[in-house]
Ligand binder design. Sequence first.
Ligand SMILES: Cc1cc2nc3c(=O)[nH]c(=O)nc-3n(C[C@H](O)[C@H](O)[C@H](O)COP(=O)(O)OP(=O)(O)OC[C@H]3O[C@@H](n4cnc5c(N)ncnc54)[C@H](O)[C@@H]3O)c2cc1C
Length: 473
Amino acid sequence: MNTSTQGDTFLINETPYTSVFIPEEFDEEQRMIRQTCEDFLKTEVYPNLDRIDAQEAGLMQHLLDKAGELGLLSVSIPEEYGGFGKNFNTAMLVTDAVGAGHSFAVALSAHTGIGTLPILYYGSTAQKGKYLPRLATGEWKAAYCLTEPNAGSDANSGRTSARRNAEGTHYLINGQKMWITNGGFADVFIVFAKIDDDQHLTAFIVERGFGGITMNPEEHKMGIKGSSTRQLFFNDCAVPVENMLSERGNGFRIAVNILNIGRIKLAAAAIGAARRVIDQAVTYANERMQFGVQIATFGAIQHKLAEMAVRTFAVESAAYRAGQQIDDAYGTLSAEGMDDAQAKLKATERFAVECAILKVWGSEMLDYVVDEGVQVYGGMGYSADAPMERAYRDARINRIFEGTNEVNRLLMVDMLLKRALKGELDLMGPAQAVADELMAIPDSGISEDAPFIREKQLLVNLKRQYCWSPGPR
Ligand SMILES: Cc1cc2nc3c(=O)[nH]c(=O)nc-3n(C[C@H](O)[C@H](O)[C@H](O)COP(=O)(O)OP(=O)(O)OC[C@H]3O[C@@H](n4cnc5c(N)ncnc54)[C@H](O)[C@@H]3O)c2cc1C
């Protein structure tokens, strides 16, 4: 297997810089797509942030419709279903560019990601044919209903039930879902429920028009106030049997695989949000005068701006590198003859550890950036009349949804060790090599004089420590 298309190997292998994708390599078309997103935010979203946060009736739907007209909802949808069929890293680019859009970014991501992708990856031909063209244009908006009042991080413990009716034509869904993004206006819901006494969830495509769905008023949230978040109640909601997604009992697998994609995309959105905060903080630091000079001339402020940029750059580098690896893995699997949707899923699954790492590091990077953004603005950072206050509140959710950061931290180690135990990842070989090395004369490793050689050696040593820690002691 080509190591660049196998996940997790960053821990044990050296990666030649020539094999790492950097955003500067995006082509003309991808840059134009990025520009379209930025123009959209400038004209449609930024001037309306207060109206969006006030949840002005119909506004979010209208914005999603306009985004649909520009093709921003259909980047990943194949051309045969009315989309552009672009690769994974182009979808990452759109998520990054739109990521600065506060609540709008959340609504768009929920629609194009967790709302649409289950159908794209697991739907039958008939399901794809019926739903994807409408989701691609935004004619129908989507939501994803996994969480329940008593089933959050432990998502498979949900109690929502599905029972086949006497005629065998429909499943009757009963239960309660919580925190559903786009819940207030979505037309299509991906609903996870347990059939009869099943241990595992099954996924269903549920249309609002099926009836039997009621909801609570909008949640009052700390941030992303413009994003619709509802509790939904299913009361004998009759779902045609052909609307089961994939197979009975496969729901948890669907949920996990879709969340993998959501996690790396969350990091992409965090990059876009952080970039905007840095732009605003730099502008403010150059305008604000204290002690007769611009505050940008103070070392303490320069340090903040630099650290904000450093962390954003690190997440950007890692996110697009992993995005390209997912694309490369997909290419390899497709060439081996794997079905298109399967190959896309499998490629992301291989990089599930990277997705979890990026979710954690991206969300924590953004929280750092917005916190320092508030600090650069001083008292104005605390004012709702300046942009940092909203950025600060809106960022916080990222450490909670798409799997909390605590759960993602557990997952990344768990997945890594499981792969090592299954023999898919050779952690023992490198660990033994480090053990042997420790018994020999220490090698500083710095044998050449080239740019970044010390930084590179630091990384090599860091990786050796990781391999050694769980090693044969
Ligand atoms: C604004 C918003 C939008 C959302 N949108 C959606 C949506 O569209 N669809 C959807 O299905 N869900 C959605 N969610 C739900 C979200 O995914 C959950 O809130 C999240 O998974 C955490 O679940 P919980 O809130 O029940 O917290 P809990 O699971 O109760 O966790 C509470 C605390 O315990 C920690 N914890 C839990 N288990 C462990 C463990 N094993 N080890 C260590 N620590 C642990 C958590 O990290 C957390 O700090 C949304 C939530 C919010 C707030």
